[in-house]
Design a protein around this ligand. Structure first.
Ligand code: UDP
Length: 334
């Protein structure tokens, strides 16, 4: 099989490419290296089964050609990371909406199977955890930048499901919950790589808000396994499916666990949200997936423990000797 992965040099895309290559599939990666990087995919060149194009998802002609040549399209290219979204909302909305539109339009011509990556952000402020796929989306006002990400992804979902209903394009929509693992950069605000780097350097670990907000962290290997199984499942077509781990931890608890696993002496410091992001920033207090639908469709549930994930992320940074690099600025548009 030949897979086109948009955002293929990114954190999740590169892990997916690695798995597909290992089972003998051909992969074509499209990435503009905005948040992805060559380091993520350089080791894959040796397979001889990978091709990559460094270009924008908004290059209609190229996207059309690459989609035509593929058997399955995995659309991961998106603006992600809360910090990036708060700082570059125009870029976020345009990339997410235009990119998905371009991919769906191209795939529709020859009815190529398409997996569209959405996000748990779409559940917004809904408090009925665990989140089931048919739950209401509860977003804040349009004056608060954070919600533009959820809204842009919700629009992607509407568009994808409409292509299925109206034009019989075989689409699968996945809502990814906090995915973590080696190669994820902390540059765009993601909490785990930042905490691990801070702990390895014995610098203060910065917990935003009071740290009582909670998340569930899913190992990228589990995420990739779920995506591959869903793509192989006809019953998943036209469906929206959560992909995440159900082990819940508060962010303060995460800081403590990271300290413990890395044997760090870092102090834990609490930073108010309006300093960390922007005045009036709204966070979600809990975010837990229901993975019953994923299990029903594929027989799979993500299971890697958080301690194991932290150890893997710490080993990655130690290996790359990145732990001494200070946290990068996030003001540039990528
Ligand atoms: N967070 C934190 N310190 C950081 C980065 C993030 O306390 O250095 C918090 C953030 O406010 C949120 C949680 O950790 O409550 C998860 O943040 P992330 O950006 O990784 O993902 P989100 O779930 O917000 O999409």
């Amino acid at each position: 099989m030949r897979f086109l992965i948009t955002g293929g040099a990114g954190f999740i895309g590169s892990h997916l490419a690695e798995r597909l290559l290992a089972r003998g599939d051909r992969v074509v990666l499209l990435d503009n290296l905005s948040t992805g990087c060559m380091d993520n995919i350089r080791h894959l060149k040796a397979s001889g089964l990978m091709e990559y194009h460094l270009d924008n998802i908004e290059n209609r002609q190229l996207v059309a050609e690459l989609v035509d040549d593929a058997d399955v399209v995995v659309h991961l290219a998106a603006a992600v990371g809360v910090k990036l979204i708060v700082e570059s909302p125009v870029h976020t909305i345009e990339t997410n909406v235009n990119g998905t539109q371009m991919v769906l339009e191209a795939a529709c011509k020859k009815r190529k199977r398409v997996l569209i990556a959405s996000t748990s952000e779409v559940y917004g402020k809904n408090t009925c955890v665990p989140f089931h796929e048919d739950a209401d989306l509860v977003l804040g006002p349009t004056t608060k930048g954070r919600w533009s990400y959820a809204a842009s992804k919700a629009l992607d979902e509407f568009l994808a499901l409409s292509y299925w209903k109206e034009k019989k394009l075989p689409v699968i929509v996945v809502r990814l919950f906090n995915t973590v693992g080696p190669r994820q950069t902390g540059r765009y605000g993601m909490v785990l790589p930042n905490f691990v780097k801070e702990a390895l350097d014995n610098r203060p670990i910065h917990v935003y808000g009071d740290g009582k907000q909670s998340r569930c962290f899913c190992d990228v290997r589990d995420t990739v396994e779920a995506l591959i199984r869903l793509m192989d499942t006809d019953r998943a077509i036209g469906e929206v499916v959560n992909v995440g781990n159900t082990e819940e931890i508060s962010i303060e608890g995460l800081a403590q666990l990271v300290k413990q696993r890395t044997r760090s002496s870092s102090p834990i410091e609490f930073i108010p949200y309006d300093q960390a992001y922007e005045p009036g920033f709204e966070d979600m207090m809990r975010r837990v997936p229901s993975v019953e639908k994923l299990h029903d469709l594929t027989g799979f549930r993500p299971q890697t423990t958080l301690s194991e994930i932290i150890d893997r992320v710490a080993a990655f940074f130690q290996e790359k000797n990145e732990s001494s690099t200070p946290r990068a600025a996030t003001t540039s548009v990528v």
